[in-house]
Each structure stands twice: as structure tokens, then as C-alpha cells.
Design a protein around this ligand. Structure first.
Ligand SMILES: [Zn+2]
Length: 253
């Protein structure tokens, strides 16, 4: 079900145990070769495929395109909420749907900078509503929802930024939006001094704004990645639906 198509009485008629999916992405620089709306385009495509497969069982809200992208703000075109504003935005959206009676909220994320805020927002909501025992709050990031494809054709084994993976997927979906990527030199994806987590702005790592190996991108790899990521998200959402049904049976019995 798509929230944007529904009237309030239709929403009111839904079971409170209908999981609500809130997709969250970003609008930020993606290197010299890709559009600033990359994360929202990619998550939008994953959501479109998800809706085809799960629309009977899940309520989807529209995608929130404003993300936590302050680390990309030195690059023209980037739009961001301030980090604390973003945390509150995610909490507000979660509270909105909880206040309408829904019990399972799932943030599905498509941008690295949103990972920590999504977890922190739901952590805070859970603490604030600690007396509640009929609520499930989850966040996931689409490329981390399961094992990624690992064929020999891939030079990257994890998500970068405007990288082999993202460039491949945009090449598959919107080739006319991709500029010259073939001449871009690879930029390391690892942070210095891992496993310490370094706080960074993009320019610390990549003056041109990409991390990974965009020159290795192909539309064919993009098709493989999108299929796998969609399957992974569907499988994880299935587990969340199962968990929801188990809790519903306990509470309603
Ligand atoms: Zn991205």
C-alpha cells in the first residue's frame, strides 16, 4: 500500500500490525560524473521493486530525500539537514506513524550518512517509550541487508560513494545521467587507522568526491546489484513481518 494514494479512513482501516516502511535517502554530490539525486534514485528503484512484491503486506510512505549529508556540503548542489535536525526528523516521522496506532516501523535507508542517525533516532524513541511492549522499531540499509554479489567481475566488495556499485546501478537505470566515469582513478574506500572510526569530511578522503572504483562500472553489474539488493531487502522485511506476526499473536491472545 502506498500512503500517498490513500485517504485517512483507508489508513484508519488498516491493521495496526501492518508494518510501515519509511524510505530515507539523500540529495548530495556524487563525484564529477553522477547526479546529486543518486541515492534517492537508487533507493526509489529498490522501493519500486519492493512495492511490486510486497504491496499487500506493507504500508510504504513516500521517500524522504533530505538526508544527513553535511560531510558533502563543500560540493555545490548538496542539500542537507543539520545532523541534529535530521535525528529529530526521523524521530518525528516515526512518532507520526506510532501515533496513528502502527506498531512496526522500518526505516529503509539508502545513504551512508543516515546509518547512525537512523539507529540513534529509533534508539531514542525506544527509550522514550520504554513502557510499551507492543512495538518493533527497525532500520536497515539496502546494500547491507544481506550478502552482496561477489562475482569475479566486481572490483569492490563493499559500498563506496559514487563508486563501481553506484555508478553501475545508475548506468543501468539512467545512463543519460552519467558523465565521464571511465577515466576516474580509483580512490581507497578504507578509512585510515581502521578499525578506529575516523570522523571525516569528504575532502579528507577524495577531493573529487567519490570513493571506490567508478571506472569499473557497467550497466550489467548495475542490473546484478539491483536484483541482489532487492532480494536481500525483501528477505529481511519478510523476517520483520514474521516477527511482527509473532508479537501480534502474543499481544492479541
Ligand atoms: Zn550514494
Amino acid at each position: 500500500m502506498q500512503l500517498f494514494e490513500m485517504t485517512w479512513p483507508q489508513v484508519d482501516d488498516l491493521s495496526p500490525w501492518t508494518p510501515v516502511v519509511i524510505p530515507v535517502a539523500a540529495l548530495e554530490q556524487h563525484g564529477p560524473h553522477m547526479p546529486v539525486f543518486t541515492d534517492s534514485l537508487l533507493l526509489g528503484e529498490i522501493m519500486r521493486r519492493l512495492e511490486e512484491r510486497m504491496s499487500e503486506r506493507v504500508l510504504f510512505t513516500p521517500l524522504m530525500w533530505l538526508g544527513n549529508s553535511e560531510h558533502h556540503l563543500d560540493y555545490p548542489g548538496t542539500m542537507t539537514a543539520a545532523p541534529r535536525t535530521y535525528l529529530d526528523l526521523l524521530k518525528d516521522m516515526t512518532y507520526n506513524m506510532l501515533s496513528h496506532g502502527f506498531r512496526t516501523i522500518v526505516l529503509i535507508n539508502g545513504h551512508g550518512g543516515n546509518v547512525v542517525p537512523a539507529q540513534q533516532a529509533l534508539f531514542e524513541v525506544r527509550q522514550e517509550l520504554r513502557e510499551k511492549d507492543d512495538m518493533l522499531l527497525y532500520s536497515m540499509t539496502y546494500w547491507d541487508a544481506g550478502a552482496p554479489p561477489s562475482g569475479p567481475e566486481f572490483t569492490q566488495h563493499r559500498m563506496g560513494h559514487a563508486c563501481e556499485w553506484e555508478t553501475s546501478m545508475i548506468l543501468h537505470l539512467h545512463p543519460h545521467l552519467v558523465g565521464d566515469y571511465a577515466s576516474l582513478e580509483p580512490v581507497p574506500q578504507v578509512l585510515t587507522c581502521e578499525p578506529a572510526h575516523r570522523a571525516w569530511i569528504t575532502n579528507d578522503r577524495s577531493p573529487l568526491g567519490y570513493m571506490g572504483n567508478p571506472a569499473a562500472a557497467t550497466a550489467e553489474k548495475g542490473a546484478i546489484l539491483l536484483d541482489r539488493f532487492t532480494d536481500n531487502v525483501v528477505a529481511l522485511l519478510d523476517r520483520i513481518i514474521e516477527e511482527t506476526n509473532t508479537l501480534a499473536a502474543e499481544i492479541d491472545s
